[in-house]
Design a protein around this ligand. Structure first.
Ligand code: SAM
Length: 478
């Protein structure tokens, strides 16, 4: 019986720590039976042996540009029970080149997508960035990329963290494990390539007077859609069957404005969302929806606020957001919605919005109203299509108004006073604010005439996803 194990090699060669060997093995356990593991950088064979020990059922490739290293790897692990592992293949080649040939090279032909990729070879920033780009498409959705030397302070490895962080940021990914210098980054089962438009894109649309719609589905909306009925979101709204139904209709109707999903929803619920979209054949195209929140957190909202200051903007939200009128830009009208269960009054609220829009000649309507906002936006879009810009701002103003509605606000990581100054560029509104035309829900007469479009009842008749349990989805919602 051999004494040579991955932990033994770790202690002998110091390429990885014993903790890192265990981390590799732990992550390898997530690979589906008979899956594919690719280890770039053979070195002393420590990482290869860790994978072979953990998952002898998997197909494993190690890649190294130096033959000598591959020989060293083989000799290091010879004598172990993995020596003649049938599924273990060594590839001599340069990482980016091997990645480029992944689908065509006879050595991997038919291998398909990778379940776990471990990158531990050239650590220079440019090469690593190129390497990630070359390999990431070969990793399956729901797979994993692990990196070594993340956070090492010594050059040239010191750049690994910055490159990996920039990639995660761009892709909206996050790491799930960090053990010394090893990090594991899961690739969500759905929506890996969601792109986020820049703030400039919306600023430009406003500047050019081109109406657009922007709706934001965060974890609360998805939990409701996925059938976690009875749970509450962060503002205390309960996910009812009515909410689920209404949101489902929004997706099923798919009006062609921008539907976005937030990072947190994708991170927490990516796999479930993917399965849901597939199961119900939802054709909606998605982008990433953190653009306003990101800009706010970085004090970059000014160009947007500047545009909004030049437009006739009305707002739909709970009472406390009327402060927007004096603090950020002027509003021509405000439709107040109840902080909870606004869905129950949806027809009346939508009618009030349309009414006020006509009365105020609004060019932009801002919305903040949790899952109700998506439903109102969709209804308004259906009724007025391209006449007005509809923006779901979510909780973007809350921190700057001192309202602790979200975890990131409560945690105190941001100086919202300073952010307020930056976001409005320290420029208060000049002149007197005109009186705000207000419409508290239920208090205003409604002059709105129903159209001959299908009624909500008609639309609700189509099947919706089943109610599911709440298991495994604790944690605060954003
Ligand atoms: C730090 S060692 C890998 C250590 C190994 N993971 C272990 O556990 O022992 C880095 C390896 O990457 C290889 N390498 C460097 N640049 C490479 C590239 N561009 N393509 C392929 N292999 C490369 C080197 O030859 C070296 O064997």
């Amino acid at each position: 019986m051999s004494e040579i194990t991955a932990e033994f090699l770790a202690k002998k060669y110091h390429m990885l720590s014993v903790g890192e060997v265990r981390a590799l093995k732990k992550m390898a356990e997530r690979v589906p039976e008979g899956g594919t593991i690719v280890n770039i950088g053979a070195g002393s064979g420590t990482s290869a042996l860790a994978f072979l020990e953990a998952r002898p059922d998997c197909r494993m490739f190690t890649i190294d540009k130096r033959k000598g290293k591959l020989i060293a790897e083989l000799s290091a692990i010879s004598g172990t029970s993995c020596q003649w592992q049938e599924n273990y293949r060594q590839i001599k080649g340069e990482s980016v080149e091997v990645a480029k040939g992944w689908n065509t090279d006879w050595r991997f032909a038919g291998t398909g997508l990778i379940d776990l990729l471990f990158i531990d070879d050239d650590h220079s920033p440019d090469y690593l960035a190129e390497e990630i780009e070359a390999w990431e498409d070969h990793v399956r959705d729901g797979g994993m990329i692990m990196f070594h030397d993340y956070g090492t302070v010594h050059p040239p490895h010191a750049a690994v963290k910055a490159v990996v962080d920039a990639w995660m940021e761009k892709r909206g990914l996050r790491k799930i494990l960090r053990e010394r210098f090893t990090v594991a980054v899961p690739i969500p089962a759905w929506g890996r390539y969601l792109e986020q438009n820049d703030l400039d894109y919306y600023v430009q649309m406003l500047a050019e007077g081109k109406p657009f719609g922007f709706s934001r589905f965060s974890d609360g909306e998805w939990l409701a859609l996925l059938g976690h009925i009875g749970q509450k979101n962060s503002n205390g709204c309960t996910f009812t069957l009515e909410v689920q139904d209404a949101l489902f209709q929004v997706l099923e109707n798919y009006h062609p404005y921008e539907h976005t999903v937030t990072r947190i929803a994708r991170e927490k619920l990516g796999a479930e969302i993917g399965a849901f979209i597939e199961e119900y054949g939802i054709a909606t195209e998605w982008t990433l929806g953190n653009v306003f929140e990101d800009a706010m957190k970085e004090g970059r909202l000014w160009p947007l606020i500047n545009q909004l200051r030049s437009k006739r903007v009305m707002y739909v939200g709970p009472a406390y957001l009327k402060q927007i009128h004096e603090k950020f830009f002027r509003l021509v009208g405000y439709v107040e919605i109840p902080p909870q269960d606004a869905i129950k009054e949806r027809d009346k609220i939508v009618a009030n919005i349309i009414d006020m829009m006509a009365e105020t000649d609004a060019e932009v309507i801002g919305f903040s109203g949790g899952h109700h906002a998506k439903v109102f936006i969709d209804e308004v879009w259906r009724l007025v299509t391209d006449q007005v810009t509809l923006i779901d701002f979510g909780s973007v103003w809350d921190g700057m108004l001192g309202v602790k509605s979200r975890k990131y606000i409560r945690q105190g990581a941001y100086d919202f006073e300073a952010l307020f100054e930056k976001n409005i560029r320290g420029r208060p509104l000049d002149g007197e604010s005109p009186p705000l035309l207000e419409c508290a829900n239920g208090l205003q007469p409604i002059s709105f005439e129903k159209t001959s479009q299908p009624t909500l009842e008609d639309k609700r008749a189509s099947p919706r996803p089943a109610q599911r349990g709440q298991a495994g989805l604790g944690g605060p919602l954003e």
